[in-house]
Design a protein around this ligand. Sequence first.
Ligand code: SF4
Length: 168
Amino acid sequence: MAERTSEADLRIGASAADAVKTRRAGDRPAAGAAAGSDGAPAVGIAAASGETKQLTCITCPKGCSITVAVEDGAIASVEGAGCRRGEKYARAEATNPQRTVTASLCVPGCLEPLSVRTAEPVPKARMADVVRAISQLTPQLPIEMDQVVCPDIAGTGVAVVATKRLPA
Ligand code: SF4
């Protein structure tokens, strides 16, 4: 894929707008039943041991406020999730937060911008690299819906796909 230097209209997907706050353990409210305290492995855990992470679930419009407690490098409890999906989201957010990146790209010979997104969420820590790499893409007409415009963006192993069709 060729590169270009002109600036693309890039924006991060709405899923990145969630509020995340980390507090010391002494600040957290009294613990109730420790939902899901199954001692999951603390691979790449984002919150330090002895801290709580306050999350707003972005999985559905209800926006539950979820508290994740970390003890001895592992998730000790997840409280406040209204469903299993939210608990899964909170656990992932505390260990390896990821985001889907969306963007709009200029296409040579076309006045209409091309909207694209990552085919899967990418690690939050790599988002700046991904946004930069997407801005360098120059997809060529014609472009089909769901067409892969980059098979591996910024070495993440995640493809970028078109979210609209642009005929020749
Ligand atoms: S925890 Fe469940 S019900 Fe609450 S916002 Fe997340 S997905 Fe929706």
